[in-house]
Design a protein around this ligand. Sequence first.
Ligand SMILES: [Mg+2]
Length: 344
Amino acid sequence: MATTPTPLSDQLLTFSPLSTKVQTSLLALALSDALGGPAEFKPRGTFPHISTMQPNRNFNLPPGTWTDDTSMTLCLARAITSPSKPPIPADQAKLYLKWYRAGYLSAIGHCFDIGATTRAALHIWEGAGKKADMAAVQQQVREKLGGRFQAGNGSLMRVLPVGLVYWRDLTVAMEVARATSEVTHPAGMCRDACAVYTLLVGSILGAVARGERMSKAQLLEVLYGYEFQDEELGAVLGRESGFLELPVESVKTSGYVLHTLEAALWVFFQTESFEEGVVRVVNLGDDADTVAAVYGGLAGVWYADELEAEGSLFWTEGVRRWREELVQRKVVEDVAKALWEIQK
Ligand SMILES: [Mg+2]
């Protein structure tokens, strides 16, 4: 961390072409997920400091292996690049099931981890069969998994592609984001978290498209200007919350969507380069890979730059090394490319 923090009003959006922003942010999410994987399930302070790709001993995986967060993000990206626009719930469920059952878009050929709410939802979609009334299946998911205790971070962690594609109309973008949450995480708080995250991603891309050097202070105003539908989330992230001033001890990194989003945003606004933020976030432990993925997607859009750019706040030395070590990087890059191609 810089010794004297730069004021948020002086921290400006990195300027690079939209294509770079869209594609690099997906890679940023995968890098963050892979760096955080080894710290998942570990309470803060109980593991050696992480700043390089480590083996993931939770699942006996080599360094640089990304997890369900990236796989599901890639599945949603593929659903978005399919002919139906916006992606219909059944199409998304189909691709998530393909990952869960057959290892589609996974780092090692099969699914080795899945969240409890996601699994419960996918079992409902799967059990309904291909000929079922899909609106009725979605309703069943809503009824069974829409409670407050199911407000996990499983839909927030994968929602990045929605903002990357629908940024030209933020109202539509937020509607699509909420709808993608419903496929597995219909709780109001999950839907709201996906919408506000998409608003931030979309606002940054809008600024890039208009050639505006947005500051982090302006982005914070976007967050504070959002009309939260979920009161609890609004109380934690709204203007009056003062969440950016919280001491690290008060920032929780559990799988509860409220904790995940709060921690990811807290780190994003507290740090000044992509690498500094990822290292900070993964070392908070607990649901480290997912909080890192949520941070990484947003920070990727903000800092993303050309690989050869001088003084880049994205391509610092550590990040260049992580990139070399990322498992199945081409899989991520191909999906990212398709996400850009459809909007040219
Ligand atoms: Mg994971």
